[in-house]
Design a protein around this ligand. Structure first.
Ligand SMILES: *[C@@H]1O[C@H](CO)[C@@H](O)[C@H](O)[C@H]1NC(C)=O
Ligand SMILES: *[C@@H]1O[C@H](CO)[C@@H](O)[C@H](O)[C@H]1NC(C)=O
Ligand SMILES: *[C@@H]1O[C@H](CO)[C@@H](O)[C@H](O)[C@H]1NC(C)=O
Length: 649
């Protein structure tokens, strides 16, 4: 890649806050916090391609037939899971089927179909993109993955084997039809496990059993082995209805980064021995400003050698749980369902301390056949001040946001802007402190700066992220005096473009920060480049804050909305919102199709100086897409050949 002057000048990885123009990054008055993130993505798509009038009408039409149901706020009380009392209220309000929508549409003042496709005759149909729409399946389909700082495995230790695990279980047929126990006979309750300890304990280099005739390749590289292990576990968990799908994915990431470990090659260096073969990467890492930035307080956290370790993960296998009317003695109303959890810590030596890092994700249904509830806890510690925990719906195959290798997941149809919305109920019980960047939706996609879809070439693929941060403690870094942290322009819902230098009109408060991919050759100056280590390829980030500008799409309107004590059901027109965002693209290139193979909710506690705990429940996630038979995971598939390895001389 050619290095532009701006890139060099502005290329201090960024989430640099209010860094003064002179490059004296060491100046004590400068407050700096590096970001590396997991989240960044941005691509400048020319938003002009979006038919704004049509989008607006689409939104109106959507609103006209989908009533907004507020999730009743619940005051958490001691000893009671705060989410449970609300489940009854939710269970009756499932997502509408396409039929229901048709009925509603008939009553609507708008002819939805004609609005949407002025030229076509067929009416668009909203369908779920997920294998388990609204999380209503009786089957447990959960997997967990752990990533190091740069979305790889890195060092593998005895206590953390190849970091992919799954818990997939069905209820025996006699119980699964309605979840209701005809006879309260424990002998009838049977859990059919699809995955075993043997499978979860597979470690790099182990050979895989054959499953359904599929062969999985054993390799000695931990990063590549994890890819194969995920595919293997998925083959055990696959549900073939309506089309093959696998599992919800719990994603853990350790933000510690030891630059001296050489474990995370700088993005864009595709060779395994990047430090030798990529002179530019080498000089970048060694350049004074970057060194200073990294070594400064607020740079990449690391307590010393080994700080990039994978977690210790424990597993409570799914087991039968009888809930309902047991207390009242009325067994005819009792229901059976499954419950289980993954939990653990990053602190390898002091697991039991209350100050140690901790995470857990527990799944249960308290009113079968209701939706799954996923209950999450994440605690950061002194040694692990930057941790991430998300629940993701990833594409059933192909790459996913931030991860350039083949993955397995829940989404059989990859959502495309602007044709999708996401429905989710979220109850944030504890926020996780002032550094907890809680994402009420983090969507990740991948396309090149010339608008083409990604194809696995790490030098030109660009991960794009759009994230709505709902913690009211998180401020806007984009500001009139820091326009380098703003996108070049904002597009209103009406389609008006407002340049970031228009201080009277630009909604600075609607953005936390924006950063450009390092390989954006024509990015408008001044700009900041997203961190080049935390993803294997370039990334672009659009981090948003609650604002009236986004509220028109169902997102929080102001700080505090959806936060602790304000549990809600959200219907987010994520497709329309993401089509409004600026993402970089090379001048004169055709607008990229914005596909989003990862949709997730969770938090990134971004370098906390104190031990903090975040806790939340999430229920009934669904994604609805305007159904188009031409769009499926095939369109978003970049089955990366497994040639990348991370060993460094
Ligand atoms: C590593 O770098 C050396 C020296 O530049 C080069 O000859 C070699 O092909 C590289 N190896 C790989 C796997 O790229
Ligand atoms: C795992 O199971 C044990 C024993 O039943 C229980 O004490 C513990 O709370 C469970 N952990 C989680 C995170 O669910
Ligand atoms: C704002 O930016 C636009 C686009 O770069 C430029 O044309 C305009 O002159 C700028 N206005 C001011 C006041 O800087």
């Amino acid at each position: 890649m050619k290095t532009s002057a701006a890139d060099v000048q502005d290329g201090d990885e960024i989430r640099a806050r209010r860094i003064s123009d002179d490059a004296s990054l060491g100046a004590t008055s400068v407050e700096t916090s590096l970001t590396a993130g997991i989240q960044p993505e941005r691509m400048a798509l020319h938003v002009t391609a979006a038919p704004w009038g049509v989008i607006l009408l689409f939104l109106l039409a959507l609103l006209s037939f989908s009533s907004r149901v507020e999730w009743p706020p619940i005051a958490p009380t001691e000893g009671q899971d705060p989410s449970s009392s609300s489940l009854n209220a939710l269970s009756g309000s499932g997502l509408r089927s396409a039929d229901d929508q048709d009925a509603q549409r008939g009553e609507s003042a708008f002819d939805f179909g004609r609005l949407w496709r002025s030229s076509g005759s067929s009416e668009p149909e909203l369908r779920s993109a997920l294998g388990d729409p609204g999380m209503r399946s009786d089957k447990v389909r959960v997997a967990a993955e752990a990533w190091n700082f740069c979305n790889r495995v890195g060092m593998q230790t005895d206590s953390a084997l190849s970091p992919r695990w799954a818990d997939c279980a069905d209820l025996s047929p006699s119980l699964s039809t309605s979840g209701e126990l005809a006879v309260d006979d424990p002998a009838l309750r049977e859990v059919l496990y699809k995955v075993s300890d043997f499978d979860n304990e597979l470690k790099t280099g182990d050979s895989f059993p054959q499953h359904e005739g599929e062969e999985f390749r054993s390799v000695d590289d931990p990063d590549l082995y994890a890819v194969e292990k995920e595919k293997y576990l998925a083959s055990l968990c696959a549900v073939n209805q309506p089309v093959p799908w696998h599992f919800w994915m719990i994603m853990l990431k350790n933000g510690n980064f030891d630059l001296k470990s050489n474990l995370c090659p700088i993005a864009g260096s595709s060779a395994s021995n990047y430090s030798v073969s990529d002179a530019r990467a080498q000089s970048y890492v060694k350049s004074q400003p970057v060194r200073q930035l990294l070594e400064k307080e607020g740079g990449f956290p690391c307590f010393g050698p080994g700080c990039m370790n994978q977690p210790l993960l424990y597993h409570n296998w799914s087991q039968l749980e009888i809930r309902g009317a047991m207390d009242s003695g009325d067994t005819t109303k009792s229901r059976s369902s499954l419950t289980g959890s993954f939990y653990g810590t990053y602190d390898l030596d002091s697991e039991d301390s209350m100050d140690s890092s901790y995470f857990s994700v527990r799944w249960y249904k308290n009113e079968s056949p209701g939706s799954w509830t996923f209950h999450h806890v994440l605690r950061v510690s002194d040694k692990y001040p930057w941790l991430m925990l998300y629940l993701r719906a990833d594409a059933t195959r192909g790459g996913s946001g931030g991860y350039p290798w083949d993955t397995r997941g829940m989404m059989h149809t990859v959502p495309k802007s602007p044709d999708f919305k996401v429905v989710v109920s979220l109850d944030v019980i504890r926020g996780g402190g002032s550094k907890s960047q809680f994402y009420l939706l983090d969507i990740g996609g991948c396309w090149k700066n010339d608008g083409n879809p990604c194809n696995g070439d790490l030098a030109t693929d660009v991960t794009r992220y759009s994230e709505m941060i709902i913690n009211p403690d998180i401020d806007s870094w984009c500001a009139p005096d820091s326009i380098d942290l703003c996108p070049p322009y904002h597009t209103t819902a009406e389609g008006e473009k407002i340049h970031r230098n228009d201080t009277a009109k630009f909604p600075y408060d609607a953005y936390h920060l924006y950063c450009a991919p390092y390989n954006a050759q024509h990015a408008e100056k001044p700009f900041r480049v997203c961190d080049r280590y935390s993803n294997p390829q370039a990334q672009e980030l659009q981090q948003l804050l609650p604002h009236a500008e986004w509220a028109v799409h169902g997102y929080p309107a102001k700080k505090g909305d959806g936060w602790v004590g304000d549990a809600r059901k959200w219907e987010l027109d994520a497709g329309v919102l993401s089509s409004r965002l600026y993402f970089y693209q090379d001048p004169g290139t055709p607008a990229a199709v914005r596909m989003w193979p990862s949709v997730d909710v969770g938090t990134e506690v971004y370098v906390s100086t104190t031990s903090e705990t975040a806790e939340w429940t999430m229920v009934r996630l669904d994604e609805q897409v305007v159904y188009d038979s031409r769009i499926g995971v095939e369109n978003c598939k970049w089955d990366r050949k497994l040639q990348v390895s991370v060993s460094v001389e």
